[in-house]
Design a protein around this ligand. Sequence first.
Ligand code: JEK
Length: 253
Amino acid sequence: MTTIDVVTIFPAMIDAVLTEGVVGRARTRGLVDVTARDLRDFTTDKHRMVDDIPYGGGPGMVMKPEPLFRAVEAIAAERGAPDAVVLMTPQGRPLTHEEAARFSRMTRLVVLCGRYEGIDERVTDTLVTDEISIGDYVLTGGELPALVLIDAVVRLVPGVVGDESSVEGDSFVRGLLDHPHYTRPAVFRELAVPEVLIGGHHADIERWRARQRVTRTLARRPDLLSRVDESTLSADERRVLAQVLDEAKEHSS
Ligand code: JEK
């Protein structure tokens, strides 16, 4: 079983989210064990202090090393040595599908959530194995990033998402965005579902969807297309991609 321990001063934030949906069900089914640990439980002073002023001066507060060390040591004693101690930080390398897949193959993960200006660098230097960021925008702490990481990791644990082929079909696995989806009614407030999807000619539908995936990726995420692994694409996707790239060349010459 995959065990994830989250160290935070806001354990209720973690519990509130990870009891719902696919991750909540994975927990009740015993596929993963996610436990939020209150960092203040690992303090030894009567005020349960987790932060202090920065050496060298400057604004804001810094997370003290001692409670974080005590928390990770207590978790290691209880669970066994972790495979990774992940720190959520704006300084981390960006979270990707590959990184999430790597964590999903581990047995014991510890995720550290900072607050304030960040944490004492001696924690990063000696306890942390991976520094991860969820993107180039600034948040107020590591809890939402930890939830994003855990959600991405848990759905890759075998058995969590019912249809394994839907995980393999993920756009970031293949390097293509998804095609548009529609459901009933066929006309909603004068907005019609594309005719090809109504007809039900399977090969036509698949060609149309392949074209949508390729043209949308080119328009919205050309960075993905330039790194696409052609061996993961269907015959329709490969043909449409070659066609669309050729047309794009034509327009620029
Ligand atoms: C963990 C505390 C708040 C906010 C200072 C940082 C460069 C200086 C700390 N993708 C992500 N965005 N934000 C986080 C994240 C934020 C956190 C903590 C993660 C702990 N904070 C905070 C501002 C600053 N600036 C950017 C200039 C430090 C994150 C992730 N993962």
